[in-house]
Design a protein around this ligand. Structure first.
Ligand SMILES: Cc1cc2nc3c(=O)[nH]c(=O)nc-3n(C[C@H](O)[C@H](O)[C@H](O)COP(=O)(O)O)c2cc1C
Length: 134
C-alpha cells in the first residue's frame, strides 16, 4: 500500500517523516500530474473552510480507481470544518476516512494509520471498506 500526501506548511510532511522512520511503508508526495499504478491511500490537509486542496483534487481525480482511503490533517479551531477535506473526498469517491489528525499528528495518530494500512493490505483483494470508525 502506497501512502501519497500533500503538504503546504509542513505538518503532513512531518507526519509522513515519522511514518517513514517507523515503518517500511512507501510514501510519495504528489504533483497534479502524478499517476500511481498501485493501491494507495492519500493524506491531505484541509483549507478554506473545509475544502480539499486543488492539487489533491486533481491528483485524486486522475487516480481514483486505486484509492483505498483518505486522511486529513486539520486544526480543531476550525470547528465543524475540522479536517473536512477527508469527509469530502470520502463522500465523493466512496472510500473510508481512515484518520483525521491535528497538525503533524500524535503518536497514537501514527499508530492508528499504521493499523489501518495493515488492515487494508490484508483485505485489499476483497474490499475497499476501511475498519475503524472515527
Ligand atoms: C488559510 C488556512 C485555512 C485552513 N482551513 C482549515 C479548515 O477549514 N479546517 C481545518 O481543519 N484546518 C484548516 N487549516 C489548518 C490546516 O489544515 C492545518 O494547519 C494542516 O496541518 C496544514 O497541513 P500542512 O502543514 O501539511 O500544509 C487551515 C489553515 C490555513 C493556513
Amino acid at each position: 500500500m502506497l501512502v501519497t500526501y500533500e503538504s503546504m506548511t509542513g505538518n503532513v510532511r512531518r507526519f509522513i517523516k515519522k511514518l517513514e522512520k517507523q515503518t517500511q511503508i512507501k510514501t510519495k508526495e504528489i504533483t497534479e500530474d502524478l499517476r500511481v499504478n498501485e493501491p494507495f491511500i492519500h493524506i491531505t490537509y484541509t483549507i478554506k473552510f473545509g475544502e480539499v486542496p486543488e492539487k489533491t483534487q486533481k491528483f485524486i481525480h486522475k487516480n481514483k480507481e486505486l484509492l483505498y482511503g483518505v486522511c486529513s490533517s486539520g486544526n480543531r479551531n476550525w470547528g465543524s470544518y475540522y479536517a473536512a477535506a477527508a469527509d469530502k473526498l470520502s463522500q465523493h469517491y466512496q472510500v473510508p476516512v481512515l484518520l483525521k489528525f491535528e497538525l503533524s499528528g500524535s503518536d497514537s495518530d501514527l499508530d492508528k494509520l499504521i493499523q489501518e494500512v495493515k488492515f487494508i493490505d490484508s483485505n485489499q483483494s476483497s474490499t475497499k471498506v476501511g475498519s475503524v470508525k472515527q
